[in-house]
Design a protein around this ligand. Structure first.
Ligand code: BG6
Length: 490
C-alpha cells in the first residue's frame, strides 16, 4: 500500500488495463501464485492502472474477488503479503498529464515493468507519454500482449512506435502459449533426446497435424474478434509458434537470439499461398447455433448482431520449403465452439517401406505416431506396433499400442497445481530472460505469411461455411486432409 511518508524504492510492476479481463483472470492470479511460491522480486510493488476512478481499496477488494473466482482456497498469509504490494492508479496514461501523475504516484523505484494489457491501438500514445513522463528508461521493461497489429503494415507501425522509446532487449512480446509447460516440454522432447532427431525429417515423417480446438464461443469479445477472426487471433501467433517449435533446426543454445533465428528461418520457408491453390489449401467456417457442453448456444452471427464473414474456424495445409521438410504437409486447424477443448500436435510417421508380416497381421498395421497433447491433459504418447499375446492359427498378430508418458501423473507429487502460463512468463520478465518471448522479426515474418493467406482467399472469394456449434467444423475440413491421403487424428 502506498504510504506517502515513506520514501518509495524497489521494483514496480505497472499493469495497464489493471481492471480488465486478462488482469482479473490471468495476471493477478499468476502474480498471487508467484507470491505464494516466494518468487516475486523483493519489494515489488504492483500498480493496477485503469480509467474508472475506483479507489485503491475497492481495487484490492476486486482483486480478492477475482482470485476467489478461480482459486479453491486462498492461502491467507500469502494473500496478506500480496495485497500489501497492490495499489491502484486511476488515470489516462495516453495523455502526458496522466502519465506524469502515474510517475508521481510511483515515486522512486529501481526496475520498472510496464505490462500493456490494453488494446494495442493505444500502445503508441501510451509509450510516448510514459516516456515523456520519464517512466521508460534503461531499467524499464515493456511487456506487450498480442495482437501486435492486424497485418504486417499495422504490426510494423506498432513495433516502430514502441522502438522509438525502448530497445528490442527491453521489449517482451507475450504469446502465452510459450508459457505453457507442455509447450516448453516440446523443446525438451526435441532437444534433450537424441532418439527423435534422426527421425525428425521428411524422410520418416509423413505429415504433421496441429489442432487447437475450443468449446467456448466468442461471446461478448466479438467487437475485437470480428476484426481478427481465427486466422489472426490464433493461427498467426499461437499456432505458428507451435509450428516453429516442431519444425525449427536445433538452436546452438537457448539464448533468445539463437532460438529466434531458427524460428525466423522456418517462417521464411513457409510456402506462400496463391489465389489458384487457396481453395484447395484452406477451409473457413463460422459457427451457427447448436449444442455445446450440453447447452444450447447461439450462433456467431447472433452474437455479433449483423452479417459478417469473419471466420471462427480455419483449417489449412501448408508446406515448409527447406531440406528438412520439403514435401511434408503441415495441417493446422483451430476453431471456436468445437466438440471438445484440445490442443494437440500429431507427428505422423511414414508407413514401413516393406512389411515382413502376413496379410492378416498387416491388416492391423498402422504407421508410428507421436501424439503430444498440450491441453487439457498433458500427455505424450508414441504409438508403436506390438505383438498381440496368445496363439492364433494365422501366426503372429499385431496391434498398435501407445507408449505413454502422462505428465500429470509423472509430476503428481510435485506440488500438483497446474501453473498458469503467465506465471512462467511474468517470472521471466522479472528475470530478464527473453527466450520465451517473441521477437519483432518473428511477429513480422508471421504476418507476412498470414497476410498472403488472407489476400489469396480474398482474391479467390473464399467465404466461411457454416458449422453447427458443437460439431467438428464445416464440410470440407475432412476433404482438405483426405486429398493428401490422410485423416485427422480425432
Ligand atoms: C487467446 C485468444 O490468445 O487465446 C482467444 O485471443 C483464445 O481467442 C485463447 O480463446 C486460447 O488460449 P488457451 O490458453 O485457453 O488455449
Amino acid at each position: 500500500m502506498s504510504q506517502a511518508s515513506e520514501p518509495k524504492k524497489g521494483p514496480v510492476l505497472v499493469l495497464l488495463g489493471g481492471t480488465g479481463d486478462l488482469a482479473r483472470r490471468m495476471l493477478l492470479p499468476s502474480l498471487f501464485h508467484l507470491e505464494a511460491d516466494g518468487l516475486l522480486p523483493d519489494g515489488l510493488r504492483i500498480y493496477g492502472v485503469a480509467r474508472d476512478g475506483q479507489s485503491p481499496d475497492t481495487y484490492r477488494t476486486n482483486v480478492r474477488a477475482a482470485l476467489e473466482l478461480r482459486e479453491k482456497t486462498i492461502e491467507e498469509d500469502a494473500w496478506k503479503r500480496f495485497i500489501a504490494r497492490v495499489d491502484y492508479f486511476s488515470g489516462d496514461v495516453t495523455k502526458p498529464e496522466g502519465a506524469k501523475a502515474l510517475a508521481d504516484a510511483i515515486g522512486g523505484h529501481s526496475e520498472l515493468y510496464i505490462y500493456f494489457s490494453v488494446s494495442p491501438s493505444i500502445y503508441p500514445k501510451a509509450c510516448e507519454s510514459l516516456a515523456g513522463a520519464g517512466l521508460i528508461r534503461e531499467n524499464t521493461r515493456l511487456v506487450l500482449e498480442k495482437p501486435i497489429g492486424r497485418d504486417l503494415e499495422s504490426s510494423k507501425a506498432l513495433n516502430c512506435a514502441v522502438a522509438k522509446v525502448a530497445t528490442e532487449e527491453q521489449i517482451f512480446r507475450i504469446d502465452h502459449y510459450l508459457g505453457k509447460e507442455t509447450v516448453q516440454n516440446l523443446i525438451a522432447l526435441r532437444f534433450a533426446n537424441i532418439a527423435f532427431e534422426p527421425l525428425w525429417t521428411n524422410h520418416t515423417i509423413d505429415h504433421v497435424q496441429i489442432t487447437v480446438a475450443e468449446t467456448e464461443g466468442v461471446g461478448d469479445r466479438w467487437p475485437y474478434y470480428n476484426e481478427y477472426g481465427a486466422l489472426r487471433d490464433m493461427l498467426q501467433n499461437h499456432m505458428i509458434q507451435l509450428l516453429c517449435l516442431v519444425a525449427m533446426e536445433p538452436p546452438a543454445d537457448l539464448d533468445p537470439d539463437s532460438v529466434r533465428a531458427e524460428k525466423v528461418k522456418v517462417l521464411k520457408a513457409l510456402r506462400p499461398m496463391s489465389r489458384a491453390t487457396v481453395s484447395q489449401e484452406v477451409v473457413l467456417g463460422q459457427y451457427t447455433s447448436g449444442v455445446s457442453d450440453g447447452k444450447s448456444v447461439t450462433g456467431y452471427l447472433d452474437e455479433v448482431g449483423k452479417p459478417t464473414d469473419t471466420e471462427t474456424f480455419i483449417a489449412l495445409r501448408c508446406f515448409i520449403d527447406n531440406w528438412r521438410w520439403a514435401g511434408t504437409p503441415f495441417f493446422l486447424r483451430t476453431g471456436k465452439r468445437l466438440p471438445e477443448r484440445r490442443t494437440q500436435i500429431v507427428i505422423q510417421f511414414k508407413p514401413l517401406p516393406h512389411s515382413i508380416f502376413s496379410n492378416s497381421a498387416n491388416a492391423d498395421m498402422v504407421a508410428n505416431r507421436l501424439v503430444i497433447d498440450l491441453q487439457p491433459q498433458e500427455d505424450i504418447s508414441l504409438v508403436l506396433m506390438n505383438q498381440r499375446p496368445g496363439l492364433a492359427q494365422e501366426g503372429m498378430r499385431l496391434q498398435p499400442m501407445p507408449l505413454s508418458l502422462s505428465l500429470a501423473k509423472a509430476y503428481s507429487g510435485h506440488g500438483g497445481r497446474r501453473r498458469i502460463a503467465y506465471e512462467r512468463l511474468l517470472l521471466d520478465v522479472f528475470r530478464g530472460d527473453r527466450t520465451l518471448f517473441v521477437h519483432r522479426n518473428e511477429v513480422e515474418e508471421a504476418w507476412a505469411w498470414v497476410d498472403g493467406v488472407a489476400e489469396a482467399w480474398q482474391q479467390a472469394g473464399l467465404k466461411p461455411k457454416n458449422y453447427a456449434a458443437g460439431t467438428s467444423g464445416p464440410a470440407g475440413v475432412h476433404a482438405l486432409i483426405e486429398r493428401s491421403g490422410h485423416q485427422w487424428h480425432d
